[in-house]
Design a protein around this ligand. Sequence first.
Ligand SMILES: Cc1cc2nc3c(=O)[nH]c(=O)nc-3n(C[C@H](O)[C@H](O)[C@H](O)COP(=O)(O)O)c2cc1C
Length: 259
Amino acid sequence: MNGTVYALYFSPTHTSRAVSRRAAQSLAEALNLPFEEIDLTPPAARGKAYPFAAADIVVFSFPVYGGRIPALLEDTLSLIEGNGAAAVPVAVYGNRAVEDALAEAADWLEARQMTVIAAGSFIGEHSYTAKVGHARPDESDLSQAAAFGAAIAEKLGRGDRSPVAVPGNRPYKDRAPASPGAPVTADTCTKCGLCVTGCPMGVIDKDDPAKIAPGCIKCCACVKVCPLGAKSFKDARVTAITKMLELTCKKPKTPAWFV
Ligand SMILES: Cc1cc2nc3c(=O)[nH]c(=O)nc-3n(C[C@H](O)[C@H](O)[C@H](O)COP(=O)(O)O)c2cc1C
């Protein structure tokens, strides 16, 4: 077998990255194939074409936002050149629900001439609150991601590239209406710039990180990357969702995969 195993991901708070890395590395090792990463998180990485070859296997991981794939990925997904490659969508969600995000990702990859040979959903610490899905993916989650990669290798090793059925409704649930907003910045900010480089939208001012240009998607990359906890969201919508999550979504969920 030739080709390359790719971990392709968008991951503002790094949980999707951790899962796709582990699954794709395990898959590459089992098949003795090279492994490469494509990180779609920085603004400059999106909006351009990524061509794959028929022998490639692409593990595409992303956070679930409102039961859907992040809307900002649509432009980049529409430019993927699948060329018959195998694809593995992996939804990473904050212990609430995946809803239609995995089906949506599978549909995108198939529309870009890829075959969805496996799919998975894993849990990451919720972007809004560390009390939900705390510190996940943990070692158990990552071992399961590795086992998932090995199961995909086993399938391909016996010459099976058949498509899998992926859970989710079509049409997908409606996206939540946009709610403009931005993080607030406490006086403890030292202007170290970690939030500036970590922001996937490039909207945080590099000279004055308290200034946020329009376009924030509330992904919480800045909140989680700040070592001083100087960034937070105070708007009513984020506060209400956080309260609901902490009341109803604390019971740990388990990863699921389809091979
Ligand atoms: C705007 C937004 C919407 C979200 N919607 C959901 C959701 O519908 N279901 C869920 O379980 N988690 C939801 N989450 C949580 C993320 O999916 C979860 O924390 C994920 O691990 C973040 O991935 P990342 O670390 O790769 O950024 C949402 C997070 C954000 C920022």
